[in-house]
Design a protein around this ligand. Structure first.
Ligand code: BES
Ligand code: MN
Ligand code: MN
Length: 461
């Protein structure tokens, strides 16, 4: 180990307990972006990060207002002649329900079996915190960073980053960089180190089927009026076949087919359908015919109901025709599908298949473009070296099914290549009860980030 790497390790060792306490403090802030009652908590999370950045010596720290939750910006730009990296993560988290299924309350962090459990423990507070702590350690031990860093921490990612593009346009001048690093992805099955090189896009919408002003007695009216819940079921059934093919005309028109090379790359990953099924308690593999599980989830579009409600939900039976029924639905998209276009196609299809006798309202709740990042870019290869040097294993290149809308925006608005440098364990339960981060990933990942900046600083310019 070199002297500087040694000093970094000594510093990180010495600060282990303080670091975990700070990570927990961050996790205790219930910064749920989707729920209006948590708006103040989102602001508190932003202020927490701004405070941390100032304390460790990052400059020009700013909590910027948007039409959504605040953005945190800060930079350290004294590495003259070295590359500049825009570092992105998000402090907002998904709603924690169903609360009863958590072993401890979602915003009361718990360390168990080498994992940190809490909402946001992995997605994405861990990774934001890792960047802060890596920067702290480098500045504390060396007094300077090997590269210039611009931090951008967002509070609307779980809401499709609806206000970020505008802010990026308006602040293009101060966001100039050589590269963007997004730390909001994870490792491969078996917790194998990985660099994500593909993300799906998304189109998210709500369908409200409205019947009468109030519920009706189903004996008195049944058979003579449209039932909004039945109508919604009919609509949903018309969106996707049981074989996984989307039935919306035109849905696949812009999809770029998988190349032989793409398919070989998927096939080469160490993945067992049987183990996947067993781990998640799946009774059978399902999905679009002609594609493998990894292709289905990483490189093919799909459509899923995220939530559905209406009518009587209590115990026992109640005989009504519900006044209304509702569903939240999202499509995952691949290159070259565009969320606005898909929304329009799905909307037209829903209105076409909607049964008579009810009113159907469709609301666009946001979207994001898919993205592919370059595998052979020197900055990606530097990330590979940093991961190998710290995790002791060459990372796999993977294409993930999740979405990070800002990835495409960094490319299109700021013209930056993106490296997805993420550390979440694949069994982190993101968006689900008992979300957890393996602390070894968190700790080693901090070393990876520090190492990555050194790797980037030595690239020929
Ligand atoms: N960190 C995830 C994206 C992700 C998930 C990347 C899995 C790689 C693997 C991100 O926070 C997320 O959940 N995004 C949302 C986007 C949406 C709300 C616009 C998603 O994918 O559902
Ligand atoms: Mn995330
Ligand atoms: Mn998420």
């Amino acid at each position: 180990m070199t002297a500087t790497a040694d000093a970094l390790e000594t510093y990180l060792d010495a600060n282990h307990d303080r670091r975990l306490a700070s990570y927990e403090e961050f996790l205790r802030i219930p910064s749920v972006s989707a729920l209006p009652e948590h708006a103040d908590d989102c602001r508190r999370a932003a202020e927490f990060l701004a405070g941390e950045l100032r304390t460790i010596g990052v400059e020009h720290v700013d909590v910027a207002e948007t039409r959504g939750h605040p953005l945190v910006y800060g930079d350290w730009l004294k590495a003259e002649g070295a590359p500049t990296v825009l570092v992105y993560g998000h402090y907002d988290v998904q709603p924690p329900d169903p609360i009863d299924e958590w072993v401890k309350a979602p915003f009361e962090p718990l360390i168990r079996d080498g994992r940190m459990l809490a909402r946001g423990a992995a997605d994405d507070k861990a990774q934001v915190h890792m960047h802060v702590r890596a920067t702290e350690a480098i500045l504390a031990t060396r007094g300077r960073l090997p590269v210039n860093l611009k931090f951008l921490f967002e509070g609307d990612e779980e809401m499709s980053s609806a206000h970020l593009d505008q802010w990026l346009e308006e602040n293009r001048a101060r966001l100039g960089a050589d590269l963007a690093v997004i730390s909001d992805t994870g490792f491969f099955e078996g917790n194998l180190p990985a660099v994500t090189i593909g993300l799906r896009g998304i189109s998210y919408f709500q369908v409200d089927v409205l019947g009468t002003a109030v519920d009706l007695h189903s004996g008195v009216f049944g058979g003579a009026v449209q039932n909004p819940a039945n109508a919604l079921a009919h609509i949903i059934a018309a969106l996707k076949g049981t074989n996984g093919r989307i039935l919306v005309p035109g849905f696949y028109d812009d999809v770029v087919p998988l190349s032989d090379r793409d398919r070989e790359a998927f096939a080469a990953l160490p993945f067992e359908d049987e183990a996947y099924r067993a781990e998640h308690g799946l009774s059978a593999p399902v999905g679009e015919p002609g594609y493998t599980t990894l292709e289905r989830r990483g490189a093919r579009p799909t459509l899923d109901v995220n939530g559905i409600w209406g009518g009587f939900q209590g115990e026992g039976s109640k005989t009504i025709i519900p006044a209304s029924a509702h569903a939240k639905i999202s499509c995952r998209l691949v290159v070259n599908q565009r969320p606005e276009r898909i929304y329009e196609l799905v909307r037209e299809h829903i209105l076409r298949v909607a049964p008579e006798g009810c009113r159907v309202e469709i609301t666009n709740l946001g979207g994001g473009l898919p993205s592919l990042t370059p595998m052979d870019h020197p900055a990606t290869q530097a990330a590979v070296r940093a991961i190998e040097a710290t995790f002791g294993r060459q990372p796999l290149f993977i294409r993930e099914g999740g979405s990070i809308p800002v990835c495409a925006s960094f490319e299109s608005i700021l013209g930056l290549p993106v490296v997805l440098l993420g550390f979440a364990n694949p069994d982190c339960n993101a968006h689900a009860p008992n979300e957890s981060m393996i602390l070894a990933n968190y700790e080693t990942g901090i070393r990876t980030i520090a190492r990555y900046w050194d790797e980037l600083a030595t690239l020929p310019r």
